[in-house]
Design a binder for this molecule. Structure first.
Ligand SMILES: NC(=O)c1ccc[n+]([C@@H]2O[C@H](COP(=O)([O-])OP(=O)(O)OC[C@H]3O[C@@H](n4cnc5c(N)ncnc54)[C@H](O)[C@@H]3O)[C@@H](O)[C@H]2O)c1
Ligand SMILES: [Zn+2]
Ligand SMILES: [Zn+2]
Length: 391
């Protein structure tokens, strides 16, 4: 079968690889009908996540039709259309039972690597390095789905692939980022990053009742989409002032009650000293992440507020203003998304027409065009916001 494989920094290829097989009674095999490229895939492409090996199959936002079912799987049957959440969950460990799905204690096959890096293992993830279980990803014609009696979401006929696909990652990610803010009706929510995740943060914060949402980026078409969704915008390229000062100015001195970092490890900044240092450190392997947006979010958050961090980080972050966080009494919430917590509610919201997640898609292509589209998405060429690939 065809699959998109990682071969090194900036080197993604469409390879011919063996078809997957059922390995455990709870598995299913799906024939992929749609998959997407996520901002998290860019961190792999750009070499920010360690423990990748040549030939690893990428992709963790995907859906398809069940074509084979393991003998112990009582949930799915051949022909079901399913979206597969990117987190692999056993459904039985203490964390799964608590609803902390993305830190399932059993599904990471390389638990010892994760324990070394993080102190404890975290869940297995599709297509996301040997730190998270070395599972083959979903940017492939066929995918083996382990523990497939737990997380896959059965999609009703009548809902298109393009409407359903993002239930596996960016829609619940934006939703959880907003939910982590415990939004109150008077809240002003500032969101760094208007990529796909940022866009779902904006929609979710408004659906959860924020008074105002202010979105920050420097990519014109992404800012335009944010504005269409009802956000006010700041283009950080146009600012001489800090984002903190600009937010205060836009809100009569009040500032942001809640702040969301939807940028993650590869933050850009215009000629800011901290960002230049990050870039040099990351390039020379002295640092792992470029957390400029996280620093800005902590500084910009009002005392007593919440900083919610869906943005992915890989390692040790430098020069985080923890003194500001501590003295202002901020709450910081983060995590890979506990997708299963939100699956049924968000499926219902799509069915009821409250949101059509396909608004985000700008590029549709075939799997073999994937390597080129990874570059288009990374470099924000051709007004690219979200890529969907079909087999
Ligand atoms: N927590 C989770 O489970 C989860 C799930 C999906 C994605 N993510 C993460 O969310 C982040 C965003 O994903 P995406 O798909 O939207 O990626 P993306 O790369 O398309 O979007 C990032 C956006 O941030 C903007 N940006 C860069 N520097 C900025 C700055 N200083 N201030 C404001 N904006 C800035 C970029 O221009 C871009 O539009 C990534 O880190 C990704 O790994 C997390
Ligand atoms: Zn993702
Ligand atoms: Zn578990």
């Amino acid at each position: 079968m065809k699959a998109l494989c990682w071969h090194g920094k900036g080197d993604i290829r469409c390879d011919s690889v063996p078809d997957p097989r059922i390995e455990d009674g709870r598995d299913v095999i799906i024939k992929m009908t749609a998959c997407a490229i996520c901002g998290s895939d860019l961190h792999l492409m750009d070499g920010y996540i360690p423990f990748m090996e040549k030939g690893d199959i990428l992709g963790h936002e995907f859906m398809g039709e069940v074509v084979e079912v393991g003998r112990d799987n009582k949930k799915l049957k051949v022909g079901d259309r399913v979206v597969v959440p990117f987190t692999i969950c056993c459904g039985e460990c203490q964390q799964c039972l608590k609803g902390n799905w993305s830190v399932c204690e059993r599904t990471n096959r390389n638990a010892e690597n994760a324990t070394k890096a993080f102190g404890y293992p975290t869940a297995g993830l599709f297509g996301y390095s040997h730190l998270t279980g070395a599972y083959a990803g979903g940017q492939a014609e066929f995918v083996r789905v382990p523990y497939a009696d737990v997380s896959p979401i059965i999609i009703p006929n009548g809902m298109s692939d393009q409407q359903a696909l993002f239930l596996g990652d960016i829609f619940p990610t934006g939703w959880m980022a907003a939910a982590n803010c415990e939004i109150e009706p008077t809240d002003i929510v500032a969101i760094w990053g208007c990529g796909p995740v940022g866009q779902f943060c904006i929609k979710s914060a408004l659906m959860q009742g924020a008074a105002r949402v202010i979105a920050i980026d420097n990519v014109p078409e992404r800012l335009a989409l944010a504005q269409q969704a009802g956000a006010e915008i700041i283009n950080f390229d146009d600012e001489d002032a800090t984002i903190l000062d600009r937010l205060k100015e836009m809100t009569g001195g009040h500032g942001a009650d809640k702040c969301i970092d939807a940028v993650g490890a590869e933050s850009h900044a215009t000629a800011s000293f901290d960002a230049i240092i990050d870039k040099v450190k990351a390039a020379t392997l002295l640092g792992t992440d470029r957390p400029h947006a996280l620093r800005a979010a902590i500084m910009a958050c009002r005392p007593g507020g919440i900083v919610s961090v869906p943005g992915v980080y890989g390692g040790f972050l430098d020069k985080i203003p923890f003194g500001a966080a501590m003295n202002k009494g901020l709450t910081i919430r983060t995590g890979q998304t506990h997708v299963n917590r939100y699956s049924q509610e968000l499926l219902r919201r799509i069915e009821e027409g409250q949101i059509d997640p396909s608004f985000i898609i700008t590029h549709r292509a075939k799997l073999e065009d994937g390597p080129e589209l990874y570059e288009t998405f990374r470099d924000k060429k051709d007004n690219c916001i979200k890529v969907v690939l079909t087999a």
